[in-house]
Design a protein around this ligand. Structure first.
Ligand code: TLP
Length: 347
């Protein structure tokens, strides 16, 4: 589905287009061959992100999916088990890559809006017995996409990390939207990141860069990731052109995530007033709004189609749920129009 220029596109925060100023920064970027480690802009971005996350090193990766998968590959051996949440991106939306590319199996646990409890995880860790797979890694997601942009409490992250260390396990954090968690809570990204061995972050979601993710961790770990990035075909050449957009985004689009969170809240409160829609605005903590439409007499897909005719693009999540995501190409005025359109379509 191609969005037209004047559509209000609430399908995802991945749909943003680079701003004029971002494009200027891209055009000005100094570049080199990054496979030789010679692209100064990529190197600057990697250093910047490692510093923001308080890690020894970071590596630029084409996508969030590849960043997660390289992390799994680097932490595990085939046959190992990885504990994660049942509705996580890694488990559901990465094409079965964990099994296909790393030969691991997942042990999925149901969280509360995506958030796992350390006790749950402790129960799932396999005993040291030859019948069982070896539990090696715990993967967490902050904010949690399918959980409605929910934020992991920092104490929970710390407790899970301590548990992992006591059992000799690694922790990977899918921080595709860690920026949103940080801006919403005021907890700095490095404070979150200290409770994970590896952290992946995306520049092409709320931050509005056209492409790019990074993985951060120790130098030794990033060296392993580097080897696997080459193996998976993710080594890029004059990537400074796109890395410049990432640097620009980190410098200019971080604080404004607050606007997206405000818009998401407004959406939630507005939707609550519409007959048939079921939503708890308290659950909207960042830029994702998920709500149930089973009492409207229409399916999520039917509503999506009707909204599209009115030039508002939304994303059905299964038969009865819809997801809306706010981002830098959606204004407060757009939110009011979207709400009026929902009202019209569901009347
Ligand atoms: N999420 C996309 C879709 O794939 C669902 C979206 O529109 O939200 N981790 C998380 C938590 C994500 O939400 C996503 C993308 C990724 C990883 C993967 O990032 P990309 O799309 O860059 O591979």
């Amino acid at each position: 589905m191609q969005a037209m220029k004047n559509d209000i596109d609430l399908r995802s925060d991945t749909v943003t287009r680079p701003t004029r100023a971002m494009r200027k920064a891209m055009a000005r970027a100094e570049v080199g061959d990054d496979v030789f480690g010679e692209d100064p802009t990529v190197n600057a971005l990697q250093e910047k992100v490692a510093k923001i996350l308080g890690k020894e090193a970071a590596l630029y990766i084409p996508s969030g999916t590849m960043a997660n998968q390289l992390s799994i590959k680097s932490h595990t051996q085939p046959g190992d088990e990885v504990i994660l949440e049942a509705s996580s991106h890694l488990f559901n939306f990465e094409g079965g890559a964990g099994a296909a590319l790393s030969g691991i199996q997942f042990y999925s646990l149901e969280g509360s809006r995506g958030v796992l409890d350390p006790f749950q995880i402790e129960e799932a860790i396999r005993p040291n017995d030859h019948h069982f797979p070896v539990t090696k890694l715990i993967c967490l997601e902050n904010t949690h996409n399918r959980g409605g942009g929910s934020i992991y409490p920092i104490d929970t992250l710390r407790n899970i990390y301590h548990l992992a260390k006591s059992k000799n396990l690694r922790v990977h954090l899918d921080g595709a939207r860690l920026w949103n968690a940080s801006v919403a809570t005021g907890i700095k990204p490095d404070v979150y990141a200290q409770w994970a061995d590896s952290v992946s972050v995306c520049l092409s979601k709320g931050l509005g860069a056209p492409v790019g993710s990074l993985v951060s961790g120790t130098k030794t770990f990033i060296d392993r990731i580097h080897r696997f990035r080459k193996m998976f075909g993710g080594g890029m050449r004059q990537a400074g052109i796109i890395a410049a957009a990432g640097i620009y985004a980190l410098d200019h689009h971080l604080e404004r995530l607050k606007d997206d969170h405000r818009n998401a809240k407004r959406l939630a409160f507005g939707l609550k007033e519409i007959k048939g829609i079921s939503i708890n605005p308290d659950h909207v903590e960042t830029n994702i709004v998920i709500f149930d439409v089973s009492q409207t007499g229409k399916t999520a897909s039917q509503i999506t189609e009707l909204m599209k005719r009115e030039k508002v693009l939304i994303h059905p999540f299964g038969k009865t749920e819809i997801r809306l995501v706010t981002h830098l190409d959606v204004t407060g005025e757009d939110i009011e129009i979207a709400l009026k359109t929902f009202q019209k379509v569901l009347d």
